[in-house]
Design a protein around this ligand. Structure first.
Ligand code: PA5
Length: 432
């Protein structure tokens, strides 16, 4: 079975072979610091072995997901940042692209990632509360956005089904012993799952944080973990040419040292949009420190070629691009032949839409390279649980290495607190 692979042909002109050799000691040093747990933030290295930890509460997660699926028409997942992006990315990549209300599947909604009253009001009106479950996810248990959403939605649930039944339908994913959410869960008898102490939010997709909503959406979490496990094995390799995560981390830093300070992650499949959102948090929060870091941006192509294409092709030359390409399409549509050929597309008749999409990628990659936007491509053989598992682990490993090479601690996020202090002061919270 083929694995995720990294293609770097469109980098050759800006990254000569000796550049990889030159940065190799830094990269291997970073890998050693990660694998030996001697690098900064080593108390948050727990994600490294998540695919191999067999005590992942897996059976309980599957049982809870089965109950939700058999009893619940709706599951509302409340969380922000790392507490929802991984689940949302997986579910929107593998679930239905066009929402369908007549489905028998449990529909997953997300809340607590904004403070919009319009969003929450519409959500409250959309779900059938007699058949709704809530998974509230917060490692700290004190984050404002999910905290407020939970207050409002829990009250709705209690109002509709009574406190006893509401408590049976709330699952809290949080710290094993600390925090407000843990205390409330214990006092009200919510089922709980644990965010491990040594796993930060943005690295938590393969814990109950991601796995419970993903399983509740009917996605096979064993296959997701198997894919991550395979990538974990690949990432043990200290050969830059055999370990795509090391190579990706190395190349990003080589480009950064050439003043390429913005990375665009580009996809040609709408299903990958939310993977980009997850990636932005992972790389932005891990690397943006001490006045350093590559600014992560995402585009959905070919859509955004008609909005951002001009800027990428001819704007300031401080960007590089990473394409995420799915090689195989699960469904094939063939372009029909029209006798009158009004639009002049008969030259494509008989070809599949996927074939045209692939050519659009190839043409774009060439054009951007020629325009001074060097690029590389991550190829996934197909869009499946197995390859998403590989992709998540690949990016997590790469950002850890990349952050160490950059000289920052990739596992903390002190800057996230700044807006909170101001907001709390403006809201009149005691102590601010
Ligand atoms: O990566 C992180 O640690 C953060 O993005 C958190 O996931 C996010 O702030 C949510 O925190 P919590 O799960 O404590 O509510």
């Amino acid at each position: 079975m083929a694995d995720l692979r990294l293609e770097i042909e469109n980098l050759h002109e800006v990254v000569p072979d000796n550049a990889l050799e030159q940065i190799k000691p830094d990269v291997l040093g970073a890998q050693k610091a990660l694998e030996d747990h001697t690098g900064a933030g080593n108390d948050f290295h727990g994600w490294l072995d998540l695919p191999t930890r067999r005590n992942l509460e897996l059976d309980d997660i599957k049982k809870a997901a089965d109950t939700i699926r058999s009893e619940g028409k709706y599951l509302i997942c409340i969380g922000i940042g790392g507490s929802y992006l991984g689940a949302q990315a997986t579910i929107s990549a593998l679930g239905k692209q066009i929402p369908c209300h007549n489905t028998n599947e449990t529909q997953i909604f997300f809340a607590g990632h904004n403070m919009s009253s319009q969003y929450l009001t519409e959500l409250i009106k959309t779900v059938d509360w007699s058949s709704t479950w809530i998974n509230v996810i917060s490692k700290s248990g004190t984050t404002t956005e999910p905290g407020l959403a939970f207050r409002i939605l829990y009250d709705q649930l209690v109002k509709k089904v009574g406190k006893h039944e509401a408590n049976r339908r709330v699952i809290a994913t949080t710290d094993k012993s600390r925090g407000a959410l843990k205390r409330m869960a214990t006092e009200n008898g919510f089922q709980t799952f644990v965010v491990p102490d040594d796993v930060g939010g943005r690295f938590s997709v393969l814990t109950a944080v991601g796995l419970l909503p993903i399983a509740a959406a009917g996605i096979n979490i064993d296959k997701l973990l198997t894919g991550a496990y395979k990538m974990r094995e690949i990432c043990r390799n200290n050969d830059l040419y055999k370990n795509p995560a090391l190579r990706y981390a190395a190349l990003r830093n080589i480009l950064y040292r050439q003043d390429k300070s913005i990375e665009i992650l580009a996809n040609f499949e709408p299903a990958l949009h939310s993977i980009g959102e997850w990636w932005k948090q992972l790389f932005g929060e891990s690397e943006g420190k001490a006045g350093k870091g590559i600014f992560p941006v995402t585009v959905d192509l070919s859509t955004d070629l008609h909005s951002m294409g001009q800027m990428i092709q001819e704007g300031m030359r401080h960007i590089f691009e990473t394409f995420m390409i799915i090689e195989d399409a699960p469904t094939q549509l063939t372009i029909p032949h029209w006798k009158d050929d009004y639009d002049g597309f008969n030259y494509l008749a008989g070809k599949t839409l996927h074939f045209v999409n692939q050519k659009a990628y190839e043409g774009t990659a060439q054009a951007h390279k020629q325009g001074g936007c060097p690029n590389m491509t991550i190829f996934l053989p197909e869009l499946s649980e197995f390859y998403l598992g590989q992709l998540f682990y690949f990016f997590e490993y790469a950002v850890a290495i990349s952050g160490y090479v950059l000289g920052v601690n990739p596992f903390d996020q002190p800057g996230v607190e700044a807006y909170k202090s101001n907001m709390f002061r403006l809201l009149g919270k005691t102590g601010f």
